[in-house]
Design a protein around this ligand. Structure first.
Ligand SMILES: Nc1ncnc2c1ncn2[C@@H]1O[C@H](COP(=O)(O)OP(=O)(O)O)[C@@H](O)[C@H]1O
Ligand SMILES: [Mg+2]
Length: 150
């Protein structure tokens, strides 16, 4: 689908945030600067709003690899794996072994080969105008018809 603006991106993130629950895993795929962190920021801020909390700053975990957010009973793990070059380095992060009940939002997930049932892949591409993006969703079960619901 075509995302026309940052406002439009936010309205998409509102609807996705309402479907999110413990154990979900969202892969964010696309070039540098296309909007993976921006979308994640909207998503986290909307989850905070949904739970009646104040919105916090959401920074890119480019250097830290991971930032965590506690949103009432939800724990959000926001990863940026850009700097990881080998799949073996992923083992140390314990992404899928430490806690299964967290929500995982993962930028640059290319090296992850673990099959995941509740995964939603979001593919982002640049559009025709500065603030326009193409967004594609690949997911199963509750995510299967996502685009029709947005
Ligand atoms: N429709 C849009 N969706 C996402 N980002 C947008 C959009 N329009 C403009 N932008 C801008 O593009 C930039 C995306 O940067 P960022 O989210 O850091 O990208 P990435 O994490 O993919 O490297 C931000 O400056 C954001 O404000
Ligand atoms: Mg980013």
């Amino acid at each position: 689908m075509i995302v026309k603006s940052l406002d439009h991106l936010n309205s998409i993130s509102v609807k996705i945030s309402e479907k999110m629950e413990k154990g979900d895993c969202i892969f964010l795929i696309g070039e540098i600067g296309v909007g993976k962190t921006t979308f994640t920021r909207h998503l986290i801020n909307n989850l905070q709003k949904n739970k009646g909390l104040k919105e916090t700053e959401v920074l890119s975990p480019t250097f830290n690899l991971l930032y965590e957010y506690d949103i009432k009973d939800l724990k959000i793990m926001h990863y940026d794996l850009y700097r990881i070059k080998k799949a073996s380095e992923l083992d140390h992060l314990g992404i899928f072994s430490d806690r299964l009940d967290t929500i995982k939002l993962i930028e640059w997930p290319d090296l992850i080969k673990t099959p995941l049932e509740n995964k939603l892949e979001i593919h982002l591409e640049y559009g025709q105008n500065e603030d326009e993006r193409n967004m594609k969703f690949i997911g199963f079960e509750k995510w299967a018809n996502l685009e029709d619901e947005l």
